[in-house]
Design a binder for this molecule. Structure first.
Ligand SMILES: Nc1ncnc2c1ncn2[C@@H]1O[C@H](COP(=O)(O)OP(=O)(O)OP(=O)(O)O)[C@@H](O)[C@H]1O
Length: 269
């Protein structure tokens, strides 16, 4: 199973939209995908149509709680099946209590990794939608992941935020998860008509070069509508720019996976 974390401690950069679209894109390529909502806001859970995440039980908080207290878990406890062919481990507000509990837990950084090891034989990919912070849950996601992808909104220069995130990724790699690789920076909400968007992208390409993915996600009302209307981008924007961009992003991600299988994790990056 290839585990991919979508992380950026800045909010509203397109993590959740990208997690759902990547998962559905991979499923359309015949892959078995588990989405994991690792954000107590439950935005991914809602985007996929479970509008009242707080009424769901069990959730990610439940299974992580069982691991923390050393109780057995049924491998598919809490996993929901979505009509577009992907599975979801949902989240709700209870996950904020988990974040607090983790601080005093033995092996606190590896709880999510331990959970994912119970389901890994059933999926080709696990996609982790992280919360907008660098707290314990994001550290858990980075510790569980093979690859981290960093969505960056093309309207704002991320300045120190991105540096801080990359430092955290490298620290997790050194101390907890030597196999972790940076899959790349994904530019989102790109408005190619504005010089602002192009300027931000150019500066990021100068600073991070090869780490910026080729695919760019355009800014479009179509993308914004999928979270409000629980739609799948490939059907909602059929033959459109955003669906095309997410399709090319999905192919880029599958290529990252192939390189990983061929050469093993790149420990030098
Ligand atoms: N390509 C896009 N074009 C226009 N709007 C978009 C695009 N992608 C996402 N959005 C909208 O921008 C907002 C933030 O997106 P999203 O929820 O995916 O970001 P996030 O990084 O997961 O946010 P959070 O940090 O709160 O979890 C949402 O309202 C979403 O519908």
């Amino acid at each position: 199973m290839h585990t991919i974390a979508l992380a950026n401690q800045k909010g509203g950069v397109g993590k959740t939209t990208t997690a759902a679209s990547l998962a559905i894109g991979l499923s359309r390529q015949g892959k078995k995908v588990l989405l994991v909502d690792a954000d107590a806001q439950g935005n991914l859970t809602q985007l996929l149509g479970w509008e009242q995440p707080d009424e769901l039980n069990p959730t990610l908080a439940t299974v992580m709680g069982k691991i923390i207290t050393d109780k057995p878990i049924e491998p598919h406890d809490g996993i929901l099946h979505h009509q577009d062919g992907v599975d979801l481990m949902p989240a709700n507000i209870e996950l904020s209590a988990t974040e607090v509990t983790l601080v005093n837990t033995m092996s606190r950084e590896t709880v999510l990794r331990q959970y994912l090891s119970t389901v890994q034989k059933d999926y080709d990919y696990a996609i982790l939608d992280c919360m907008p912070s660098l707290g314990m849950l994001t550290i858990n996601a980075l510790t569980a992941a093979n690859t981290v992808i960093i969505p960056v909104q093309a309207q704002y220069l991320p300045a120190k935020g991105l540096e801080q995130l990359l430092k955290t990724v490298m620290r997790v790699k050194r101390q907890l998860n030597p196999g972790l690789e940076i899959g790349g920076i994904l530019m989102t909400m790109v408005d190619s008509r504005t010089t602002l968007s192009r300027g931000v992208i150019e500066q990021i390409r100068v600073a991070y070069g090869g780490r910026v993915l080729r695919s760019e996600i355009p800014r479009s009302i179509r993308a914004a509508e999928i979270s409000l209307e629980h739609k799948n981008i490939f059907e909602h924007d059929k033959d459109g720019r955003v669906a095309g961009a997410y399709e090319s992003f999905t192919r880029e991600v599958m290529n990252l996976g192939r390189q990983r299988q061929k050469h093993g994790p790149d420990l030098t990056r």
